[in-house]
Structures are given as C-alpha cells and as structure tokens.
Ligand binder design. Structure first.
Ligand SMILES: [Ca+2]
Length: 159
C-alpha cells in the first residue's frame, strides 16, 4: 500500500502531466480564426448609401453608426461629418449648411470630416455660425485632434 502522501504525489504528477499539454493544446484552438471581411462588402454598403442619399434628394441627413463603409459612405457633392476618427461612427451629410448641428444629432460630436462638395466649408463652435471656426477646403479629409476641434462644433456653412 502506498501512503497518502505518496498517492498525492502521484495524482499531482498525473495532473501536471495531463493538464500542461491540455492547456497548451487548448490555447490555439480557443482563439477563433480571424474571419476576413468579405472583399468589397463594406464598399458595397457604402455605394448603396451613396445612391440612397443622392436618390433621396435631401440636402442633409444622417447615416446610422451601424452602417458599414466608413469614409466611403460620404457621397460626392456633400461634406460629411463623422462622430469617430477615420470616418467611423455616425455620419451626417450636407450640401449647404446646418445652423444648429443638434438638428442632425451631431452637436459637439464631429471627430472627422470629408469635404466632397465643390465648395469650401466652415465649421463653427457656436450655433448660427458664431465663434471660432475651422475651414475645410474642398477635397479635404481629416481627423480632428483634441486641440483642433474634436467634439467641438455646433454649426456648419458652405462658403
Ligand atoms: Ca466624436
């Protein structure tokens, strides 16, 4: 008969021997393989968003944050404001102006801008085009830094 201590040592050794490889073997399969986004899927959504905006004939509006496509959701002929950097999150689009970005639910939220209109625009810190403003030349696509107007602006006007 083996002693309790000896048995414990055997059980521990067995546990260690069986646990270690199991953990190592488990580590790789536990991490699911990366699922690549189907090529073109986000841009397909974005091009549909572009078509829908243009077909709607609206001069301004909002695209939900859950709609894929990033920057490319912004159609030619509009300036687009994004809640997050790199064209992510909620997007508001404009042909002309907004005296009060609360109307688009974008007040003090803009973190990125793409101006695809054929005119320059100014973004203002105050409602009704008041206070400090930043110029966005046609074609400009930028992220706003925390010292440069991020989550800061309340009105927008075409020049
Ligand atoms: Ca923001």
């Amino acid at each position: 008969m083996t002693s309790i201590a000896a048995r414990s040592a055997v059980v521990l050794a067995a546990a260690t021997a069986s646990t270690l490889p199991a953990v190592m073997a488990h580590a790789t399969p536990a991490r699911p393989p990366l699922t690549p986004v189907a090529p073109g899927s986000a841009s397909a959504v974005a091009s549909q968003v572009n078509k829908d905006i243009i077909a709607s004939g609206q001069e301004s509006g909002v695209v939900d944050a859950r709609v894929a496509g990033g920057w490319d959701r912004c159609p030619a002929g509009f300036i687009c404001l994004f809640d997050f950097c790199d064209g992510q999150g909620k997007m508001a689009y404009f042909k002309w102006r907004s005296p009060d970005l609360r109307a688009q639910g974008m007040n003090d939220m803009t973190s990125a801008v793409w101006n695809r209109a054929d005119a320059d625009f100014d973004l203002y810190e105050g409602y009704n085009y008041t206070g400090l403003h930043s110029r966005f030349d046609r074609g400009m696509r930028v992220n706003l830094s925390w010292w440069g107007g991020d989550n800061f602006d309340s009105s927008l006007r075409r020049r």
